[in-house]
Design a protein around this ligand. Structure first.
Ligand SMILES: Cc1ncc(COP(=O)(O)O)c(C=O)c1O
Length: 445
């Protein structure tokens, strides 16, 4: 990909950069106040218009510092699946904060973590895994990669150091996670410094599967495992693939005794419809990564769930075979409380039905976008709606983002896509405002 859908903006031509810098400098100075020392994510700080100041959240709304309200179509990077400030989650966090905001997880455990591990192990495909907690999606992926590497070391097999990964993938911003992500996307600037991995297209159809199988065979002696995002490659451009591809990725690898890491940090917890995309495809990955919606979007947390045969490879009487990883804020009690409360809501509220209703509304609501100028695809899966454009140069990207805010909507296009990943509790009218707004803004801006 020359200009990956999920990647950072392609380099600015001089004239365009100068024009954008000028436009940015003429933004209301008040809007720029307080920004002198902050460094923002995925942001060309030289030219990007100032960010939107948010003062509060509730349900599916962002309350801005200037008194305006936005309907949120993104759910804070797909995390706030029950809506913002859900009272059940907020109460759980408040109670936990009074009892024990944090305690180290080395040598000490607490009920919230043990209960959460039991529940996640039972829910995850396979139903009997071991849960290792960390503090974000990227760290859940780092943990998974390290588990797969040490799995071989502990079994006395040397040289298993490489992963098979896929074009269009995004697994996070830490070094190893970048190494298994698309090398033309967010990780592009760091490619030379990252471990080399084996990258190919996701296996689609007979030919794709044959290529994949051939790669697994050719590199068998050096492979530690395979990593992929089942069903939807998220930040790589919201690219969909079907259950057959999911099964091919998992089954071809497992037939060769290679551990498969399924990164369901985006797809997990009903985002694509089922609780987990792997379960829907009928496969059990050796290692599963969770994050994002795990805490209902209230606090950062990652979880890596290993199947028993992976865990067993770390058992013995020598510390050298123990898993040598332990983030300071691992199993943070506040995050565990939020995650347990989020799981309560998944159990007690009709989230799967909510996602089905959202899927139908996204299909209807985004269909007219097909005829808008520059639109090359409209696709929907679960609570993910995507409008893909043929091109989205930086100045139009900024214009689109501003136009959505003008319409009272929080929609944040990136790469070449405009997308919606709303909270599962979003009402019909708010969802219609988002889909109508996208169709309108794409015509006007
Ligand atoms: C599939 C996937 N894996 C990993 C990550 C990284 O998660 P985090 O941003 O919490 O580190 C993301 C984030 O978007 C993701 O979508």
């Amino acid at each position: 990909m020359t200009s990956p859908p999920g990647g950072p903006p392609a380099g600015l031509r001089h004239a365009e950069a100068a024009r954008l810098a000028e436009a940015s400098a003429t933004q209301a100075p008040a809007a720029q106040a307080g920004l002198s020392h902050i460094w923002l994510p995925y942001t060309q700080m030289g030219v990007e218009p100032p960010p939107v100041m948010v003062a509060g959240t509730s349900g599916v709304r962002l309350h801005l510092a200037d008194g305006r309200e936005l309907i949120d179509g993104v759910a804070s990077w797909w995390t706030a699946c029950h809506g913002y400030n859900h009272p059940h989650i907020v109460t759980a966090i408040e109670e936990q904060a009074r009892a024990m905001p944090h305690v180290m997880f080395g040598g000490l455990v607490h009920d919230g973590a043990l209960r959460l591990a039991d529940r996640l192990a039972a829910l995850a495909p396979g139903g009997a895994g071991r849960v290792f907690f960390s503090d974000s999606g990227s760290t859940a992926v780092e943990v998974a990669l390290k588990m797969a590497l040490q799995y071989w070391v502990n079994r006395g097999v040397k040289g298993r150091t490489k992963f098979v990964c896929f074009r269009g993938a995004y697994h996070g911003d830490t070094m190893a996670a970048m190494s298994v992500s698309d090398d033309a996307g967010f990780a592009a600037a760091f490619v030379g410094a990252l471990p080399d991995q084996l990258r190919l297209d996701l296996p689609r159809g007979e030919l794709g599967c044959a290529d994949y199988a051939a790669m697994l065979d050719a590199h068998r002696g050096s492979l530690a495992g395979v990593i992929f995002e089942p069903s939807v490659q998220g930040a790589g451009g919201m690219l969909f693939h079907d259950g057959e591809t999911v099964r091919a990725v998992v089954e071809e690898a497992q037939a060769r005794d290679l551990p498969v890491i399924a990164d369901e940090i985006f797809t997990g917890f009903h985002r694509t419809g089922p609780l987990f995309a792997c379960a829907e495809a009928g496969v059990v990955p050796d290692i599963l990564c969770l994050g994002k919606g795990l805490t209902g979007g209230a606090l950062g947390m990652g979880a890596t769930v290993a199947q028993p045969h992976v865990f067993d490879a770390f058992l013995g009487d020598d510390l050298a075979t123990a898993f040598m990883h332990g983030p300071t804020f691992m199993a943070n009690p506040l995050a565990c409380a939020a995650a347990n409360a989020s799981l309560d809501l998944f159990e007690s509220e009709p989230r799967a039905a909510g996602v089905r209703a959202i899927e139908a509304a996204l299909r209807d609501g985004l269909a007219p976008a097909r005829t808008r100028p520059g639109v090359v695809d409209v696709r929907v899966r679960g609570a993910i709606g995507v409008v893909e454009l043929d091109d989205l140069p930086l100045d139009r990207l900024y214009r689109l983002r501003a136009a959505f805010v003008e319409c009272g909507l929080w929609v944040r296009p990136f790469g070449r896509i405009v997308y919606l990943t709303p909270a599962f509790v979003i009402g019909k009218d708010d969802l219609a405002a988002l889909t109508d707004g996208i169709c309108r803004v794409l015509t006007e801006a």
